[in-house]
Design a protein around this ligand. Sequence first.
Ligand SMILES: [Zn+2]
Length: 416
Amino acid sequence: MRSFITARRLIDGKGGVMTGQPVVEIDGARIVALHENAPEGAELRDFGDATILPGLIDTHVHLNMPGNGMLLEEVMREGVEVMLATSVGSALQALGAGITTVRDVGCFGTTAFSVRRALALGYATGARVMAAGAPITITGGHTWYMGGECDGEEALRHKVRALIKDGAEFIKVMGSGGGTLNTASWRPAFTQDEMDAIVSESHRNERRVTVHCLCAESIDIAVRAGVDQIEHAGFIRRNAPQHYDAAVAERLAKSGIPVTTTLAVGATAINAMQQIEGRSPEQDAFLARWQRMLAENVEQFTRLSEAGVTFVAGTDAGWRFTSFDSLVLELQMMEQGGMAVSDCIAAATGRAAGVIGLEDRGILAPGLLADLIVVKGNPLEDLAALHDLDLILQGGVDHLPTPRAQRAAQAMTVPG
Ligand SMILES: [Zn+2]
C-alpha cells in the first residue's frame, strides 16, 4: 500500500531542507520516493505547518535500566527477568519520543539481544535495537557486573569472538573506570596492547568498536588503537577538577574518530534534583556536583568541537536520571555548547546512522526504511518543536497516539 506524507518542510537528515509541499512516498516498510510537489492523483496525508524528518537515533542507551535515578547496582539486584521487562519498556518509551532506533552500549549478558529479537519478531513494540551485549571491561572494571570482565590479549580476542557468537553487532569497551562502585574514571583500564587486540579482532570480524573514555590517557590509547568511536571523551583527574588537554584533543580531532556526547546525564540529574522540595544536604551536594560537571562537560564539548572533533548524539538513557525520551534535551545541550541546530539534528539522524553503521536509515531517501517523524512547527528554529510529535512512523507503521492503544483498538475490531 502506497502512502504519501506531506508537510510544509522536510529535513532529510544529511543537511538538506525542502520547503513548499515536499512529499514522502512510502510503500510498505520503505520510502520509495521524495517529491518536491504532490504527484498527480496522490492521496495526501497533509500535516500542514509541520516538519518531516528521519526517525531519531539515540546512539548511547542502556535498556536494562529505568532511568529513574536507580544505580546500576540497584538495578542488578532486581534480577535478569526484571531487567528484560524493563528493557521492553525502555524501548517503548524511546519510540514514543520519536526515537525509532536506539543503540544499546551495555546490558547484562545477552538481554539486549533478546529484546532486539522480540522487537524484530513484532512481539513487542519499541525503538529498533542495535546491541553490543556486555561491555568488555577489566576485572573489577566499570560495569563488570554485566558479565564482560576480561584481561590479556588472548582472552580479549576470545571475548570478542564470543560476543559476536552471541549476537554483538559492535563491540563496546570500557576504556576507563566510570560511575560504578570502586572504579577509577581517572585511569585507563586496558593497556595499549590489550586495546590493540580488541580492535584488531573486532575489525577482522567486521565489527566496529566504541570505547568509553573518561580520562585523557584513555582517549589516547583508544585513538592509537584505531577505534571507531569514543563515548563521553572526558578529562577526569584524580582528586581534581577535569582538565581539558588540548594536545589530546588535537590527536583525537586528527584521527577523525567521532565522539558521543551524553550531556543529558547531567541535565536530567539537575532537573531531578531541582524538582525536589526540601532537598537533603546529600541531594544539595549531588546537585552542586552535577551542575559543576555539566558546565565542565559542555565547555569541553565546545572546545572539542572547535578543535574539529565530530559528534553524534547519545543520551546515556537508563543511566541514573536519564529517561529514554531525553534525546531532545541532549540536542538542546549541544546547541548550548555552540553547535548549529541543523548540525544537532544531523547528529541524531544521518550522521548518527553513518557513524554506527546503519545504512538503511537516518536519512530520508528512496530505498531506505520508512522510519520518520512529523513534528509541529520548525525544529530548525527551536529544537523544542521535536517534542510536539504528529506522527511516528517506523517501517511504515504508525505509532501514534500510543502503540498500545492502537494495538488494542485493532484487537477489538469485530471479525466478519
Ligand atoms: Zn553509558
